[in-house]
Design a protein around this ligand. Structure first.
Ligand SMILES: *[C@@H]1O[C@H](CO)[C@@H](O)[C@H](O)[C@H]1NC(C)=O
Ligand SMILES: *[C@@H]1O[C@H](CO)[C@@H](O)[C@H](O)[C@H]1NC(C)=O
Ligand SMILES: *[C@@H]1O[C@H](CO)[C@@H](O)[C@H](O)[C@H]1NC(C)=O
Length: 332
C-alpha cells in the first residue's frame, strides 16, 4: 500500500513534470541558428577598419608591442573584466605590462552601458556588432582589422574572458617556439578531425551553404591562441575572400589559416582543462595560459579567475603519475 502510494506520487510528479515540460520545455524551441551574414562579413572587410568601431582603447601608436592580447568579452561581463584587470593584466604582475610592452584590449559588441567603463579604463574596443554568441566571429574580424591598421606587435593573442595568462612566461615560451624555424606559425591546443555541426540547435552550427566540406582543417581551440604577427597578417589579408561561418576558432585558425600558417600544438601553452600541473622539463613551469571553463567549484557556476591566476602562478610540476593521469593534456 505504502509502496503503491509512493509510486503514484512519483507518477503524478513525473506526469506534471512532463506537462510542465511540454508547456515550457518544448515550447522553448532552440534558438535556430541561421546562415552566416556574408553581407556583414563583406562590409567589415571592405570598409575602413574603424567604420565598425564605436570605442577604441588608448595606446602608443609608435610602440611595437611584444604581445597584443584581444580578450573577447560581452558587455555584461564587467565583473570578469575587473577581475582580469586586477590579476593577469595588472601592471605589478608582469614585466611586460610594467614596461608597456603588452597591450590588453577587451573586445565587446554594441551596448549602451559600456561608454563609462571605456572612459575609465581606456582598454575597450567596442565594435558596432550586436553582441551575441554567434556574432563573436564578426567582433573578432573587426578587432583583427583594427589591430592590423593601428597596432604594431610581434604577436597577437586571442583569448576568451574566462582565461588567465602568465604574461611573462608566455613571452618566454614564444621565444622558444620562434626558434623552431617556421616563418609563419600559430600556437595553441588544437582540434583534429573535426566535422562541421549541422544541427541548427547547436551554438556551433555551420550550414552547408557557408561551408560544404565534411571535415574542418585542424584548428586552434578558441579559449586561447597565439598568432605570430606575420601569420596574423596572412589571416587578416585572406579572411575577406573566404565565406564566413559563425564558429570563430574553426574559421580563422582552420579554414582561413590552412596552407598559410604552421600550427604548433603546444598543450603546455594552454591545456584543455583546468589543471594544477605543468610540464617543468625545461627547469621551470611552462604552463602559460589557463582556461577556467572546466573549473568546478562546488555549485558555483561563476568561474573564479583570481583563484585560477593564483594557481597558474605556481603550478605543481608533473611527475610520472600525474603525467599518466593527465595524459589528455598532451597534443596527439
Ligand atoms: C546582415 O548584416 C547587415 C549589415 O550589418 C544587416 O543590414 C542585415 O540586416 C544583416 N542580415 C541579417 C539576416 O541579420
Ligand atoms: C576566488 O578565489 C580567491 C582566491 O582563492 C578567494 O579569495 C575568493 O574568495 C574567491 N571568490 C569567490 C567569489 O569564490
Ligand atoms: C572555491 O571557492 C572557495 C570559496 O569561495 C574559494 O575559497 C576557493 O578559492 C575556490 N577555489 C577555486 C579553485 O576557485
Amino acid at each position: 500500500m505504502k509502496f503503491e502510494h509512493r509510486c503514484s506520487v512519483y507518477l503524478v510528479l513525473a506526469a506534471s513534470y512532463c506537462l510542465l515540460f511540454s508547456f515550457f520545455g518544448s515550447g522553448k524551441e532552440c534558438a535556430k541558428a541561421t546562415n552566416a551574414n556574408q553581407t556583414l562579413h563583406k562590409l567589415i572587410n571592405t570598409l575602413p577598419a574603424d567604420k565598425f568601431v564605436l570605442e577604441s582603447p588608448s595606446m602608443n601608436y609608435a610602440t611595437t608591442y611584444r604581445i597584443v592580447f584581444l580578450v573577447i568579452s560581452a558587455p555584461y561581463e564587467r565583473d570578469e573584466r575587473d577581475e582580469i584587470r586586477s590579476t593577469w593584466t595588472a601592471r605589478g604582475n608582469s614585466q611586460l605590462r610594467m614596461m608597456d610592452d603588452a597591450l590588453v584590449i577587451f573586445v565587446l559588441g554594441r551596448s549602451p552601458f559600456v561608454a563609462e567603463e571605456a572612459l575609465e579604463h581606456h582598454d575597450i574596443l567596442q565594435t558596432d556588432v550586436e553582441d551575441t554568441y554567434r556574432n563573436m566571429v564578426y567582433k573578432i574580424e573587426v578587432a583583427f582589422r583594427w589591430v592590423q591598421a593601428n597596432v604594431k606587435s610581434e604577436f597577437v593573442v586571442k583569448v576568451d574572458s574566462d582565461t588567465v595568462i602568465h604574461v611573462d612566461r608566455l613571452s618566454d615560451q614564444l621565444r622558444l617556439l620562434d626558434q623552431r624555424g617556421s616563418s609563419h606559425w600559430m600556437a595553441c591546443f588544437h582540434n583534429t578531425n573535426s566535422r562541421p555541426i549541422r544541427d541548427t540547435c547547436h551554438s556551433w552550427y555551420i550550414s552547408n551553404e557557408d561551408f560544404a566540406p565534411s571535415t574542418i582543417p585542424n584548428y586552434c581551440l578558441g579559449p586561447g591562441y597565439v598568432l605570430k604577427r606575420s601569420s596574423f597578417e596572412r589571416i587578416v589579408d585572406k579572411m575577406g575572400s573566404v565565406k564566413i561561418f559563425e564558429v570563430e576558432d574553426a574559421f580563422f585558425t582552420g579554414v582561413v589559416a590552412k596552407d598559410l600558417v604552421d600550427l604548433f600544438c603546444v598543450a603546455e601553452l594552454i591545456v584543455p582543462r583546468y589543471t594544477d600541473y605543468s610540464d617543468c622539463s625545461s627547469g621551470s613551469p611552462s604552463l602559460s595560459v589557463l582556461n577556467t571553463h572546466f573549473q568546478f567549484n562546488g555549485s558555483k557556476s561563476r568561474k573564479n579567475l583570481t583563484a585560477a591566476y593564483e594557481r597558474l602562478k605556481e603550478p605543481r610540476c608533473h611527475n610520472v603519475l600525474t603525467r599518466l593521469f593527465y595524459r589528455y593534456d598532451y597534443c596527439r
